[in-house]
Design a protein around this ligand. Structure first.
Ligand code: CP
Length: 323
């Protein structure tokens, strides 16, 4: 909010913008995980929750979304709040007439208690959070930047399976250059000790050298690989991602690198262990074969999706100071 955008959380979520994993400590993540467990109970309750009763949350999505939009929207409603939903504001709001992002944010802060924003430009979140004087802004994905609520749900999914967030070995594959979920996840896992990530991507889609250096300085071990044969045996998780077609200016370049690495039954049999979970933030566009979906280790259409709702319920309750 205002000049305090991207402030460290320090166990005090109330009123804070949620823009980046840089704001989080281990204690902050553990608090989200603890409240997430409460939220699971709330969804099982027969009595409707009133935790967000009387609040209206704006969902403003300049880019398409199924999961983030759907789960935030349902999370508000599960907690008794209401939503104001603007999908494609470039066509269905006065953005189409030339209204600036800052003005749009100021308008909706007059009506709502928080704004959940998705935007194609990295950096737009900081501008929006500074424009909102009185209410928090939650980053629902900013271009190739970050996607913090995705990382919280990814971390909840890893923790649910393995019971710890340190000493992990993971494989992150796909579009590491443009994938915002990857950027936030590396930052999140960097908070915990002794984590090692194998980064599998075509060299054109490696992390930028600036990000590789920045992330490496956080203490996490990052090992870049460019061949499936270098995938470690029995990793704790695989995190596959799609090549982000919408970030390419030259479609031929996209065609050259898309689906270079595909999860097949054979790949799982060869390299995954019995406790390896197979994750994907979705949508997938061919990089995990449907034949893998029924493997009990594949969580991308199961717990990873459901955790999105529980984690976002927790985040909203915390940011609005209701829990
Ligand atoms: N994982 C994710 O952000 O999905 P959506 O783009 O559908 O929200």
């Amino acid at each position: 909010m205002g000049n305090n955008a991207a402030e460290k959380i320090n166990l005090s979520f109330k009123g804070k913008d949620i823009l980046s994993l840089d704001q989080f400590s281990i204690k902050d993540i553990n608090l989200v995980l603890k409240i997430t467990e409460k939220m699971k109970d709330i969804t099982r309750d027969t009595k409707p929750s009133k935790i967000l009763e009387g609040t209206i949350i704006a969902l403003i999505f300049y880019e398409p979304s199924s999961r983030t939009f759907g789960s935030f929207s349902v999370s508000v409603k599960k907690l008794g709040g209401q939503t104001l939903e603007i999908l494609d504001p470039q066509h269905f709001s006065s953005v189409s007439k030339g209204e600036t992002l800052e003005d749009t944010i100021r308008v909706f802060e007059a009506y709502c208690d928080a704004i959940i924003l998705r935007h194609p430009q990295k950096g737009a979140m900081e501008a929006a959070a500074k424009a909102a004087f009185f209410i928090p802004v939650i980053n629902a994905g900013d271009g190739i930047g970050e996607h913090p609520s995705q990382t919280l749900l990814d971390i909840a999914t890893i923790n649910e399976k393995h019971g710890h967030l340190d000493g992990l070995t993971g494989v992150i594959a796909g579009d590491l250059l443009n994938g915002r979920t990857v950027h936030s996840l590396i930052k999140g896992l960097s908070l915990f000790k002794n984590n090692t990530l194998y980064l599998l991507s075509p060299k054109e889609l490696n992390l930028s050298r600036e990000e590789f250096s920045n992330f490496s300085q956080r203490g996490i071990r990052l090992i870049e690989i460019q061949s499936e044969k270098d995938i470690p045996q029995n990793a704790d998780f695989w995190y596959w991602t799609r090549v982000q077609k919408e970030r390419f200016h030259d479609i031929q370049k996209y065609e050259q690198v898309k689906n270079k690495f595909v999860v097949t039954k054979e790949l799982v049999t060869k390299f995954a262990g019995k406790n390896t979970i197979i994750m994907h933030p979705l949508p997938r566009v061919g990089e995990i074969q449907p034949e893998v979906d029924t493997d009990p280790r594949a969580v991308y259409l199961k717990s990873q999706i459901r955790n999105g709702m529980y984690v976002r319920m927790a985040l909203l309750a915390l940011v609005l100071g209701k829990i």
